[in-house]
Design a binder for this molecule. Structure first.
Ligand SMILES: [Cu+2]
Length: 231
């Protein structure tokens, strides 16, 4: 009796360990803006022209595509059912390149070291504006290619540079695996989510935060489109 019951328990567990969640689906969708998107403002480079002026600078804070899709919306589950960690398969990093933060919105895992890179070879200054993590304000001189930083708690941290006033970016500290960003057309996909009901959160630096209930099927996908009202 005992043997049979143990076997019955162990086999599904082994299968789950070997193949991931027994049933998991994808969350897909498109985020749109109901209003008319402003044309991104050109940014005047006022300093370190030889390096910063090599590339065009325009405001990346509100980018809407021709069919109203919103780029750079962070989409994440608020209430994960497992403790899988966020990973892109490489060491998390944030670059300062052409006096821009690249990428503009950088999703990194909580508690893991992030390489802050200075590709420009000029003085930058990393100034963070967190809610849940300690703030820091550190110069990164031209000879300092890489500076490590760790963000322990889930957060949305604005990053600025005190040397170049136009530089602005965001580090989104993910407490779990189920985070993504919308592409230039506003589309997103969170793959391999264990089946069940969730609250899905949408955050955009100008349009703010919204949420929506979704139920992830055991196979296939659920569509979770969102439209931000005009402001
Ligand atoms: Cu700078």
């Amino acid at each position: 009796m005992i043997t049979i019951r143990t076997t019955a328990l162990v086999f599904p567990l082994m299968a789950a360990l070997a193949f991931g969640p027994a049933s998991a689906g994808d969350i897909v969708g498109k985020v749109k803006y109901a209003g008319t998107a402003p044309a991104p403002a050109k940014i005047q480079v006022t300093k370190d022209q030889a390096v910063c002026g090599k590339v065009e600078h325009s405001d990346e804070s509100f980018l809407v595509g021709p069919d109203k899709g919103v780029k750079n919306v962070v989409v994440n589950i608020a209430d994960p059912k497992d403790d899988k960690k966020y990973s892109t398969g490489q060491k998390p990093s944030l670059d300062q390149n052409g006096c821009k933060f690249v990428p503009h919105i950088d999703i990194v895992p909580a508690g893991q070291e992030v390489d802050i890179i200075n590709s420009d070879g000029i003085l930058h200054n990393i100034h963070t504006f967190p809610k849940n993590n300690p703030p820091f304000n550190k110069a990164q001189p031209k000879f300092k290619k890489t500076m490590p930083a760790v963000f322990e708690k889930p957060d949305i941290v604005q990053i600025k540079c005190d040397v170049h006033s136009w530089m602005s970016g965001w580090i989104v500290v993910a407490g779990h695996a189920y985070y993504t960003l919308t592409d230039a057309a506003g589309n997103f996909k969170i793959a391999g989510v264990p089946a069940g009901a969730y609250t899905l959160e949408y955050w955009h630096e100008k349009l703010g935060k919204q949420s929506k209930q979704v139920t992830v099927p055991a196979t296939g996908s659920v569509t979770a489109d969102l439209e931000y009202p005009a402001k």
